[in-house]
Design a protein around this ligand. Structure first.
Ligand code: ZN
Length: 308
């Protein structure tokens, strides 16, 4: 059986990073977060060797200076993140040069080209019908979430100034609704609460994090387009171009400071949620054509709902 790996981040050398079932990181050149990649039969050992060589090259440059604790993996599971959370531009540039050198040397490993799996086809073939209980919880959660067209979604939210039980309860409720809705992020304005707070979770086993009054401190010059959806715009996916790396200073629900350095999917989710706090939606960030097409699809869906 061939191995399918989902790419979740970008390493300092520019290659995609995914995680194997046994938790080890695998580095796959020419891939981007969200790609599902089928590694050719028998090539896994080569990819692992490649990954070890990349890690070795980075470690050879001195200990990876991780400036903030990795926010979503415990220390013993942080193999891939070590690369993803390097953050600062200068560090990245230095690491890239070193990794680039190593990659040229590794070139003679003769890695087979990864085959990117068509995610949509794959899912319709392999995904079992949704569990009716899960689906019922998802629909219930979605009924609490404000939809496109609600003015609260277009409003810039004011900062939180009280870190009390009300805020902590609200964060707990948001985390529950996000999980039930099968979302990866949920911002307070999506529940009609105009406040600068959101919750997110990237990866099924990662803890839910709450960021309050977040400030984007730095974004990378490197940007990439990627398809995004939104719980407030169900059924719509559009391409959004965003920086690949981001550094954000925020508070948690206890009022404690938090510095988050994120890459790939996590960076994208954080930027999507901060947009919600500023009254910005994915339709404001995509091309005119995709926006027009999405709005037409939404109107049609609405007509269908009214007729039903
Ligand atoms: Zn959204």
């Amino acid at each position: 059986m061939s191995d399918v790996v989902t790419i979740t981040g970008i390493a300092a050398g520019g290659e995609g990073v995914g995680r194997l079932a046994d938790g080890r990181a695998v580095f796959v050149p020419s891939t981007a977060p969200g790609d599902r990649v089928r590694l050719k039969d028998g090539s896994l050992a080569l990819y692992r060797k490649f990954g070890r060589a990349v890690l070795g090259a980075v470690e050879g440059a001195g200990p990876a200076r991780v400036t903030a604790p990795c926010p979503h993996y415990s220390q013993d599971r942080c193999g891939g993140c070590q690369l993803q959370h390097l953050g600062y531009e200068a560090q990245l540039a230095a690491k890239r040069a070193i990794v680039g050198d190593a990659l040229r040397r590794i070139g003679k490993l003769d890695l087979p080209d990864p085959e990117v799996v068509e995610a949509v086809e794959e899912e319709s073939e392999e995904q079992p019908a949704p569990d009716p209980q899960v689906e019922a919880r998802r629909m219930a959660a979605l009924s609490f979430i404000r939809r496109f067209g609600d003015p609260v979604l277009k409003t810039k939210a004011p900062p939180v100034d009280r870190f009390d039980d009300t805020l902590r309860n609200q964060v707990g409720r948001m985390a529950g609704l996000m999980a039930d809705a099968l979302g990866v992020g949920l911002a307070a304005p999506q529940l009609g609460i105009s406040q600068r707070v959101f919750v997110y979770r990237v990866g099924r086993d990662a803890p839910v994090l709450a960021l309050v009054n977040p400030e984007v401190e730095w974004t990378s010059d490197d940007e990439e387009p990627f398809e995004e959806g939104c719980l407030s715009i169900p059924g719509v996916n559009v391409d959004v171009e965003r920086p690949i790396h981001v550094r954000v200073r925020a508070l948690d629900e206890e009022g404690e400071e938090r510095l988050v350095e994120a890459s790939g999917l996590e960076a994208r989710v954080i930027q999507h949620e901060i947009d919600h706090l500023d009254g910005v939606l994915i339709l404001d960030r995509t091309t005119k054509e995709q926006r027009r097409e999405a709005i037409r699809a939404l109107r049609e869906a609405e007509r269908g709902e009214q007729a039903a």
